[in-house]
Write a protein that binds this ligand. Structure first.
Ligand code: FAD
Length: 285
């Protein structure tokens, strides 16, 4: 079944995992996946390293999810350093292994790079290429409730989102956004701009201080006052921080569900135990 069909019937529920580095064993992640399957996720997405650095491991993980028969694998895929020829081969390999869902991204430019050093400069070109040459794929694209940090305005960023829809994208997966009111404002704005794709909302669990700050800052995302308070109050005590952070994450999930979302996507950070605590707290599975 397609993720978009699931979203028409109910709020989809999913996880993101990232593959191990090429010199590390795959087994710990396979074990993590077994734990995540217990929540019957509708799909599990797997990240793709900039420049295709760990593309091989990404394929191994997507294949493992497919072969398990327990969830739909969604591969992330970027334009960074990718020629059309290489993409053609890789996209066909995904389809050959039964992976027919893809998150089509431009990708983050590695430090010092001006462009993608590949055949496509932006995600909309990748979407168009996939749609024309590999129509079997269901295509997700990124959406930025706080606008992409390279865009000068929301209107500019939303125009580009609309272009991705017009190129053939099927649904949106959002960048992390801790501010639910901001998310609701953005949804209204994109709907007015004619973006009608269903929205799968990404939630980043709050588990430790430095990564929480780093991930927000690197994506140009804000840190709301209540999260800033947790950082100030518990920042020097990892155990207390994690406890307060998990409670915060559970509340965030409630708020998003109350806002009426099409899908909930938990960036698992490959930490199944912490994610399990949060999901059990929310009581959604
Ligand atoms: P685009 O949609 O191409 O947009 C990039 C910027 O260019 C934006 O400012 C946009 O407004 C502008 N723009 C878009 N189209 C045009 C155009 N035609 N002309 C001019 N300007 C344009 N990165 C990875 O490397 N690997 C991953 O696995 C990964 N997973 C992710 C998962 C999710 C859910 C999300 C939200 C992001 C993920 N990223 C990943 C990060 C993503 O690659 C970055 O946010 C990247 O900086 C932009 O990618 P994009 O697809 O949003 O780019």
């Amino acid at each position: 079944m397609k993720v978009t069909e699931i979203m028409k019937k109910k709020m989809s529920f999913s996880f993101e995992v990232f593959p191990p580095k090429s010199d590390k064993p795959i087994e710990p992640l396979l074990d993590t996946l077994e734990h995540l399957y217990e929540f019957n996720p509708d799909f599990i997405s797997c990240t793709y390293g900039a420049g295709g650095t760990n593309a091989g491991r990404n394929m191994e993980i997507c294949k493992a999810i497919k072969d398990s028969g327990k969830s739909i694998p969604v591969t992330h895929y970027t334009c960074i350093g990718n020629t059309k020829e290489k993409m053609k081969q890789e996209l066909q390999r995904y389809l050959d292994m039964g992976v027919d869902h893809i998150l089509a991204l431009r990708g983050d430019l590695p430090k010092g790079w001006e462009g993608t050093r590949g055949d496509f400069n932006y995600a909309n070109e990748l979407v168009q290429y996939i749609k024309s040459n590999f129509p079997k794929f269901t295509i997700a694209v990124s959406g930025n409730p706080e606008k992409h940090f390279e865009s000068y305005s929301f209107d500019e960023d939303i125009t580009h989102l609309r272009i991705k829809q017009d190129a053939g994208a099927d649904y949106i997966m959002t960048q992390l956004c801790h501010d639910v009111d901001q998310y609701c404002w953005w949804v209204e704005k994109i709907r007015k701009a004619g973006v009608s794709m269903p929205i799968d909302v990404g939630v980043m669990p709050i588990l430790s201080k430095d990564p929480t700050i780093r991930m927000a800052v690197s994506n140009g995302s804000s840190i709301p006052r209540d999260l800033a308070e947790i950082i100030a109050r518990y920042g020097d005590n990892p155990e207390d921080f994690k406890k307060a952070g998990k409670e915060y994450s559970a509340k965030q999930i409630f708020k998003f569900i109350n806002a009426g979302i099409d899908g909930l996507h938990i960036y698992s950070l490959n930490k199944w135990q912490d994610v399990t605590d949060i999901i059990k707290d929310v009581g959604i599975r």
